[in-house]
Design a protein. Structure first.
Length: 368
């Protein structure tokens, strides 16, 4: 039986869209495989790591008969990558094996039964569905994901908080040293829902989402989230736990405010960062009337100093930061101007976009 017959680029794109979560080495060998189901002429591809499940439905030709099996996902992709993009490829089933043919090349692949593939048990009921443009969600994720914790024992920080309330979708991430907040307006009104998406889910969504206007549908349950877009269904387990109250962390009414060019500040910080060491990433900011001085030094008594002309007539402030935290935020923004709000040398700083309430970045100071 011919499971599918199509061009290499179409087959490869379908497989790559689901294979991001597949791990080569797994305690369950079948999880290194992709589940292939053929029904009514359409091919359904499913992958899982027991916490995330991705499924896509594609028309790849072939016979119409019902069929299901599992085969090594990475191996299939590795083979397809070696073939030309316009090459017609076919996958045939024969005696518990799959035969992939392309041109004069032929590959015989081992399979495991479809019944052995552990599908994620979907929640019995999800909250109301709402949609946002793909590019909006991708932009929100990009604006906050760099602030997620990595392997923190406070497991609820290893992900992003999604808050849907009224006509607003807000995303928040923090690692305890900095916090990023980004929001967007929704077309529909939704009841308040708060969930924490795991780090792996966030990274996978960033990989899959495109910059198109096409919508992505979101639904949340008590312990799961479901996303649907471009013929794909993405189901993920949520992180349990209580996310910190981010509204208490975001400073209000800092008296010392400076608005300056994002690229000029980023370039000065990148130059200063060269003089920092792996262990100590400290950079000093000296804010005085009309100027901002950026300085960094290291154990070898080397120093970098940069001065920026700014419009500022507030108090003189000297404050230290981890330079990577500032660079991360500025690199993930696209606006020309940024607004920096400070209280004194010991309080957290607030970085925002002028005349824009949709993005806030809080960074703790560092003793230097």
């Amino acid at each position: 039986m011919i499971v599918f017959q199509s061009t290499q680029d179409k087959v490869l794109a379908a497989l790559q869209s689901v294979a991001g979560i597949v791990e080569r080495r797994h305690t369950l060998p079948v999880l290194a495989n992709v589940l292939i189901r053929k029904t009514a002429g359409e091919v359904q591809l499913t992958t899982s790591d027991l916490e995330i499940q991705i499924r896509t439905q594609v028309d790849l030709g072939g016979d119409d008969a019902a069929f299901s099996t599992t085969v090594g996902a990475r191996k299939l992709i590795d083979i397809l990558r070696t073939l030309p993009s316009d090459q017609l490829v076919s996958l045939e089933s024969a005696q518990n094996k799959l035969i992939l043919k392309g041109g004069k090349s032929k590959f015989t692949l081992q399979t495991l039964p479809a019944d052995d593939f552990p599908l994620v048990q979907e929640a019995p009921s999800f909250g109301p569905a709402f949609s946002v443009p793909q590019k909006t969600l991708k932009s929100l994720l990009n604006q906050v994901s760099f602030s997620m914790a990595v392997h923190d024992i406070r497991y609820y920080l290893n992900g992003i908080l999604f808050v849907a309330e009224g006509t607003k979708l807000s995303l928040v991430a923090t690692d305890g040293h900095r916090l990023a907040f980004a929001s967007a307006e929704l077309d529909v009104e939704v009841p308040k829902q708060e969930v924490i998406l795991p780090r792996k889910t966030v990274l996978e969504l960033q990989r899959l989402l495109s910059d198109k206007d096409g919508a992505i549908e979101l639904q949340f349950a008590a312990n799961q989230a479901r996303f649907r877009f471009e013929g794909m269904e993405f189901v993920t387990k949520l992180v349990e736990g209580k996310f910190p109250d981010y509204n208490r962390v975001i400073p209000r009414n800092h008296p010392n405010i400076v608005i300056l060019g994002r690229t000029a500040l980023l370039a000065a910080l990148q130059r200063a960062a060269i003089m920092t060491s792996e262990k100590f990433k400290g950079v000093r900011l000296n804010l005085e009337r009309g100027s901002l001085r950026v300085a960094a030094n290291n154990a070898d008594q080397e120093e970098a100093v940069d001065e920026l002309d700014i419009q500022y007539d507030g108090s003189a402030i000297e404050i230290g930061f981890n330079v990577s935290y500032l660079i991360d935020a500025l690199s993930n923004m696209s606006q020309d101007m940024v607004r920096l709000e400070l209280n004194d040398g010991n309080s957290s700083a607030l970085l925002t976009i002028p005349d824009n309430e949709h993005f806030k970045y809080v960074v703790m100071p560092m003793r230097i």
